[in-house]
Design a protein around this ligand. Structure first.
Ligand code: PMP
Length: 357
């Protein structure tokens, strides 16, 4: 078996240890004589596993009392609609930092009025807007932000304080660093970057915010349906939740989120340093102070050179380096399960490519 260096943006690399554990348990989950995908989601053995998953998430993120943790389907994209359907009454304010916040704003516009509190669209979303540029209009129901911009490679380093509810899409840096959950009213994340297979979204919702949600919308669009039925109003994506459970235990064994943050910063630094030391051979897309520790985005001087780089990287066993189709260039995604060794190997490859070209 040969495993490649996986820099995919999502779905993405998962811890090898977890993959092996899942494989080993696949035919007989917890002594039931059945696979996790064959047992009832109403069984005690399933419920115990789901309860443990919620408890682990709470523990790792230090989720305070007064918040619900739920699992939903439909991906991040369903959340683009759902947050608006529940909470947009007068107007929703968005800090537009790229493709995903634009999509969230467009989806919520189906429900009501949306506007940009700030945007970095003037420079192809290469930076995180400064808080002194924010313009929040009266009667704004919430401010919406995207903690990490997967496509553009930018990340909020510090979250500004707001005096209205805050909704945050944390899909691409969820559990990659500690977060002060009390600063947010709704956090959601598709798990397919840092936590497991595509198919489930984890959400953390403040109870007092939830109380303000609309109830005149279809049942499956209401967050309350998921909080009141403990994520099992209908059949939850059992395999995804089970896999997430394994990754959460892995994370705890790795030393938790502070350790992850430290390790992720170090990994990203290896690749950013290669870019910075290349005398312009590699050109980083993100502004220095907005650089993501999850997705490192860069270009080469010409499209021809970029093409050559991508072909050679692929041949050398570096998978997923091509940038998102909407902006092109190159991107290395360095989520939790990507090893320091993989980052060092990529850096070496980049330096050698530069020497030969
Ligand atoms: N938000 C962010 C930050 C993302 O990176 C993505 C997907 N890469 C999405 C939302 C959309 O998620 P999904 O594909 O699960 O709908």
């Amino acid at each position: 078996m040969k495993r490649v260096y996986n820099f995919n943006a999502g779905p993405s690399a998962m811890p090898l240890e977890v993959l092996k554990q899942v494989q080993q348990e696949f035919l007989d989950f917890a002594g039931t004589g059945m696979s996790i995908v064959e047992i009832s989601h109403r069984s005690a053995v399933y419920q115990d596993m789901q309860d443990d998953t919620v408890a682990m998430l709470r523990r790792l993120l230090e989720v305070p009392a007064g918040y619900h943790v739920v699992f939903m389907q439909g991906g991040g994209s369903m959340q683009f609609l759902m947050h608006g359907a529940n909470f947009l009454k007068q107007r929703g304010g968005y800090i537009n930092t790229g493709v995903w916040s634009t999509k969230a704003m467009q989806a919520a516009a189906f429900v009501g009025e949306v506007y940009e509190i700030a945007t970095s669209g003037d420079k192809n979303f290469s930076y995180i807007p400064r808080s002194d540029t924010f313009v929040i209009r009266p009667d704004t129901d919430y401010v919406y932000i995207t903690s990490n911009n997967t496509i553009h490679g930018t990340e909020w380093k510090k979250f500004p304080k707001f005096n209205i509810p805050v909704i945050c899409d944390m899909s691409s840096d969820f559990l990659a660093r500690p977060i002060d959950v009390s600063r947010f009213d709704l956090i959601y994340a598709g798990v397919q970057k840092n936590l497991g297979p595509a198919g489930v979204v984890a959400a953390i919702i403040k109870d007092s915010f939830l109380e303000t949600a609309r109830t005149d919308i279809p049942v499956m669009l209401q967050y309350k349906t998921f909080t009141e039925h403990d994520s099992t109003y209908n059949t939850p994506p059992v395999f995804c939740i089970y896999f997430v459970n394994k990754v959460l235990h892995w994370l705890e064994n790795q030393g938790g989120l502070e350790k992850m943050q430290e390790r992720n910063a170090h990994k990203a630094q290896i690749v950013y340093k290669t870019i910075d030391d290349s005398a312009g051979f590699y050109i980083g897309h993100a502004a220095m102070d907005s650089r993501s520790n999850m997705n490192v985005t860069f270009n080469l001087r010409t499209p021809e050179l970029e093409k050559k780089f991508l072909i050679e990287a692929d041949a050398a066993g570096f998978v997923g380096i091509k940038g998102h189709r909407s902006i092109g260039g190159c991107r290395a995604s360095l989520y939790n399960a990507v090893t320091e060794e993989a980052c060092a190997a990529l850096s070496e490859f980049m330096q050698n490519f530069q020497k030969n070209n």
